[in-house]
Design a protein around this ligand. Structure first.
Ligand code: TYM
Length: 327
C-alpha cells in the first residue's frame, strides 16, 4: 500500500520548475501507487506576506493547473491544506518533538531569514508544518525538487524520534527526486534555481506564459561562448539546463538531443527548445482555461478534503493518546 504525496506553495506564479520538479514525477507515478495526495500549501504561503486578493485567486489557479497538467482527480486526492484543521494541530505536537537546533539548520530558513530581518516565526517552523503534511497520512514517497530534500529528511527524523519516544506511529517518508528535474535553473542566471519569487522575470518561465514570451525568454537565455550543445552542468550550466528542460518535456534522452545538434549553433538549439516548451504549455493552458470556467474544481476539492480530514483526525487522536493528552 505505497503512498505518494506532494504539495506546492501558492506564492508567485506556477513555474516550469515546479512543474518539472514536482508535478511531472507525480503524474508519471500516479497509477503505480495505491494512494496519491496533492495539495496546495496555502498555509505555507503565509510565512511571507501575500496580498490576500492575489493569494485567493492563485490558490484556485494552482488547483486548475494541477489537473490541466495531467493529475487525475479520480486517482489523486486533491485538497487545500488550510481546509484541514488537524494539520496545524499535528504540526504543534510535532513542534514539541523537533529540536530547535535541527530546525535552525534548514538551508531554506537560513537563506530566507537573511533576505529579511523581520521574518515571521512561521518561517522558522515551516518545515515542521511540512512534516505534518507528510506524516499525517503515512506517506512513503514525496516527489520534490532537490531544494525540498532537506525538509523531507527532517520530517523523517522527527517521525523517527516520535516513534522512538511514544511508540510506532508514523511511516518514515523518503524524498523522491526525479533525475532530470532535480533543479531547473534560472534562464538568466543558470547557477540559481528557477524560482517563483525571482526578481528577474526574464529568467523564469511560468505555466501561463504565451508562446511569444517563452520564445523570447529561451532565445535570450544565458549560455556560454562555445558552440557545442553538450551536457556539462559545471562548465555549461545554461546549455545543460535547456537540455534538461527539453529532455523532460519531449521524453527524448539528452544524448539523442546532443547528437541532433552536432555542428549546429545555439540559436537553432534554443529555437528547438522553445518550440517544445511552447507546444507543451499550449496544450496545458487550453485545458486549464476550460477547468477554471467550469465548476468541477469545487467538487474535487470537497471530496479531497473529506478524505484528508478523516485521516488527519485519526492520526491526531492517536498522537494525543500516545502523548498523554486525553481526559
Ligand atoms: P515550492 O512551492 O517552493 O515548490 C513546489 C515544488 O516544486 C519544486 N521546485 C523545483 N523543482 C525543480 N526545479 C526548480 N527550479 C524548482 N522550483 C521548485 C520544489 O522542490 C517543490 O517540490 N515547502 C514546499 C511545499 C510543501 C510540500 C509539503 C512539499 C509544503 N508541504 C509537503 C512536499 C510535501 C515548497 O515550498 O515548495
Amino acid at each position: 500500500m505505497a503512498k505518494l504525496l506532494t504539495g506546492l506553495k501558492p506564492t508567485g506564479e506556477f513555474t516550469l520548475g515546479n512543474y518539472i520538479g514536482a508535478i511531472v514525477p507525480l503524474v508519471k507515478m500516479q497509477d503505480e501507487y495505491d494512494e496519491v495526495y496533492l495539495f496546495v500549501a496555502d498555509l505555507h504561503a503565509l510565512t511571507i506576506y501575500q496580498d490576500p486578493k492575489e493569494l485567493r485567486e492563485r490558490i484556485r489557479k494552482f488547483i486548475a493547473m494541477y489537473i490541466a497538467c495531467g493529475v487525475n482527480p479520480t486517482k489523486v486526492t486533491i485538497y487545500l491544506q488550510s481546509e484541514n484543521p488537524y494539520i496545524p494541530a499535528i504540526s504543534w505536537l510535532l513542534e514539541c518533538t523537533t529540536q530547535f537546533g535541527e530546525a535552525s539548520r534548514m538551508i531554506q530558513f537560513k537563506e530566507k531569514s537573511k533576505q529579511n530581518t523581520n521574518f515571521s516565526v512561521g518561517l522558522f517552523t515551516y518545515p515542521v508544518l511540512m512534516a505534518a503534511d507528510i506524516l499525517y497520512c503515512d506517506t512513503d514517497y514525496v516527489p520534490v525538487g532537490i531544494d525540498q530534500k532537506q525538509h523531507v529528511e527532517l520530517a523523517r527524523d522527527v517521525a523517527e524520534r516520535f516513534n522512538h519516544k511514544y511508540g510506532e506511529t508514523f511511516v518514515l517518508p523518503q524524498p523522491y527526486i526525479a533525475k532530470a528535474g532535480t533543479k531547473i535553473k534560472d534562464l538568466k542566471d543558470p547557477t540559481k534555481k528557477m524560482s517563483k519569487s525571482e526578481e528577474n522575470p526574464q529568467g523564469v518561465i511560468t505555466m501561463f506564459d504565451t508562446k511569444e514570451e517563452i520564445t523570447k525568454k529561451i532565445m535570450r537565455a544565458t549560455t556560454d561562448s562555445e558552440m557545442n550543445v553538450c551536457f556539462d552542468e559545471e562548465n555549461k550550466p545554461g546549455i545543460s539546463n535547456l537540455l534538461n528542460i527539453a529532455s523532460v518535456l519531449s521524453g527524448q534522452e539528452i544524448t539523442d538531443i546532443e547528437k541532433e545538434f552536432v555542428g549546429k549553433n545555439y540559436g537553432e538549439f534554443k529555437a528547438y527548445v522553445a518550440e517544445i516548451v511552447a507546444c507543451k504549455l499550449e496544450k496545458i493552458q487550453t485545458k486549464y482555461e476550460a477547468l477554471l470556467k467550469g465548476n468541477e474544481l469545487d467538487r474535487i476539492l470537497d471530496e479531497g478534503i473529506q478524505k484528508s480530514i478523516a485521516l488527519a483526525q485519526a492520526k491526531y487522536e492517536e498522537m494525543k493518546e500516545k502523548m498523554g493528552i486525553v481526559r
